[in-house]
Ligand binder design. Structure first.
Ligand code: CU
Length: 146
C-alpha cells in the first residue's frame, strides 16, 4: 500500500513539473495603489522553452488586464498598449518599470503591500498559466540588473 501511495505521489509531481515547464514565471510583483486609483502596474520575468506569445490574461481584482510598454513619443515617455508580447525560445523576458509591464485596469479595491494578486496569463501556444503577483513597495529601478 505504501508503494502505491508513493508512486501516485511521484506521478502527480511529474505531471505538475511537466505542465509548469511550459513557461516559467518568476519574481511577479505589483505596485501598491491608492484609493481612487483606477490602474495598477505589475512586473515579472517570463521564460518559455519554445517561441511563444503572451496574449493577455485576467485577474479577479480588476475589470481588465492589459499588456503595456513604455515608448518615447517626441520627448515624452508614454505607456502604449500591446496586443501581444513575443517570448523568444529559451530567453528570459523581463517586465520592469520603464519597460514592459502588465496593467490591472478598473481595480475593484486598492492594491496594498503584502496583497497577493492571482492572475491567469494566456499564451498563444502554452495556454494558461496561473501566477501570483505580490504587492510590494520597490524603488522605480528595482527591475534593473546591477
Ligand atoms: Cu501601463
Amino acid at each position: 500500500m505504501k508503494i502505491v501511495e508513493l508512486s501516485l505521489a511521484t506521478a502527480l509531481s511529474l505531471a505538475a513539473t511537466v505542465s509548469f515547464a511550459q513557461v516559467k514565471a518568476e519574481a511577479a510583483w505589483a505596485r501598491p495603489t491608492v484609493v481612487g486609483q483606477q490602474g495598477g502596474g505589475g512586473y515579472l520575468s517570463l521564460t518559455s522553452p519554445a517561441a511563444d506569445r503572451l496574449l493577455g490574461g485576467s485577474t479577479p481584482v480588476a475589470r481588465r488586464f492589459e499588456l503595456h510598454t513604455m515608448a518615447m513619443k517626441g520627448d515624452v515617455m508614454e505607456m502604449r498598449q500591446l496586443d501581444a508580447i513575443e517570448l523568444p525560445a529559451g530567453r528570459k523576458v523581463d517586465f520592469k518599470p520603464g519597460g514592459l509591464h502588465v496593467m490591472f485596469i478598473g481595480l475593484k479595491a486598492p492594491l496594498k503591500v503584502g496583497d497577493k494578486v492571482p492572475v491567469t496569463l494566456k499564451f498563444e501556444k502554452a495556454g494558461e498559466l496561473k501566477v501570483v503577483f505580490e504587492v510590494a513597495n520597490k524603488p522605480v529601478d528595482a527591475g534593473h540588473k546591477p
